[in-house]
Design a protein around this ligand. Structure first.
Ligand code: F6R
Length: 365
């Protein structure tokens, strides 16, 4: 049932205005976020000493994207765990912790084992999943379904953006008892309402991303630099490129650039820099300058109208996207990178929906 689309991945990328609408449906009423699945546990969550996000792959990246707003609105420290690493380290987890498990399928073995471990240690366990009746949904104490609709392409796309939206709504709900952030929360809720329309807008970059993909088909490697709210965008964009286009790609924290990766920069290696407007914009501008100084081959993602700010001499390629609330920007910014990964894959002649060696749901450890 791919309809007018050649592949599920493309269909699912283009479904995002609708899937995001469904994710939010019935949950934003009169400026208040209502999440039925959490309300009985809200007191415990607010009092927890720490929130731990746990997941694998794209689901982990979605949690990473939501981490800054979760910390800001809840005033609870948020730490991140990749499920397998948490188990390898037997990481410390306490009954005063709220552990948030993120999984599209709700059946990922590593995530489910980490869940068992957190339950044994007495943490409150919250699930964020796309799959009603999944093991994750059944075994957690409480949770929220993302309602993205069935995702068939092995590469997760619409589930990623819906996961972020749901975690932003969870942050809004937990933080709703704080007067100090009222204006911020209202602005985010207004932003959520407009988001599907802006996603529709950014999807118009499809043709432009195909042209960009054409210029990159023979490359060995592609770097992506992000920071702050968009560190996750860099990691997730690179994961999409490596898993479907079978091209080496690495997402990096731009703040780490001088601590090693800068040595890779030359006039050949393509580098995508995410520099949309938010608190870290000026830092990203200086990253761009430093990369220019080393003759880096840059592709800069910026907010609409900022092309001359991010690339005054017109030497880099620019991807302009609509500007939205800081915490929602990762949802917009990943879409051109999903499209780029899709087109790179098709142009390189690989199987988009069923990449070699991968399975949709990883049920073994
Ligand atoms: C990448 C991808 C994987 C999954 C990971 C976790 O596109 O799909 O990285 O995100 O295997 O799967 P879930 O979310 O089902 O736990």
């Amino acid at each position: 049932k791919k309809g007018d689309f050649d592949h599920f991945m493309k269909k699912e990328i283009h479904e995002q205005p609708g899937s995001l609408t469904t994710s939010m449906r019935g949950r934003l009423k009169n400026g208040i976020v209502g999440l039925g699945g959490l309300k009985d546990h809200m007191r415990t969550i607010r009092r927890s000493r720490r929130i731990i996000f746990i997941g694998c792959g794209t689901s982990y990246h979605a949690a990473l994207a939501a981490r800054p707003i979760m910390e800001e609105l809840t005033d609870v420290p948020v730490t991140m765990e990749i499920a397998s690493d948490m188990l390898d380290r037997k990481a410390l987890i306490f009954k005063e912790d709220t552990a948030v498990f993120v999984s599209q399928s709700g059946e990922t073995a590593d995530t489910l084992h980490a869940l068992e471990y957190a339950l044994e240690n007495g943490a409150l366990c919250l699930g964020v999943t796309n799959t009603v009746g999944s093991t994750l949904a059944r075994k957690t104490h409480c949770g929220v379904h993302i309602n993205a609709g069935c995702e068939i392409g092995v590469a997760s796309t619409k589930a990623y953006t819906c996961q972020i939206v749901v975690m932003v709504m969870i942050a809004l709900a937990i933080g709703s008892d704080k007067l100090s952030t009222l204006a911020k929360r209202e602005a985010i809720i207004a932003g959520l309402t407009k988001l599907p329309e802006q996603v529709r807008d950014v999807l118009k970059l499809d043709g432009e991303m195909k042209v960009l993909a054409q210029s990159l088909i023979d490359e060995q490697s592609l770097l992506m630099f992000g920071r702050g709210n968009n560190y996750a965008t860099a990691l997730e964009g690179a994961l999409k490129v490596k898993e479907v286009a079978l091209m080496h790609s690495e997402g990096m924290l731009a703040g780490e650039m001088k601590h090693g990766p800068l040595a890779l920069v030359d006039e050949h290696l393509p580098i995508i820099v995410i520099a949309t407007q938010d608190d870290s914009f000026s830092k990203q501008q200086s990253v761009i300058q430093q990369l220019h100084a080393r003759k880096g081959r840059l592709i800069v993602m910026c907010s609409k109208g900022d092309a001359s700010l991010v690339c005054p001499d017109g030497r880099s390629r620019v991807i302009e996207v609509p500007q939205v609330a800081d915490c929602l920007q990762p949802i917009i910014n990943i879409i051109p990178l999903q499209l780029l990964a899709y087109h790179l894959t098709v142009l390189r002649g690989y199987d988009v929906d069923q990449p070699r060696n991968l399975a949709k749901s990883v049920t073994t450890q």
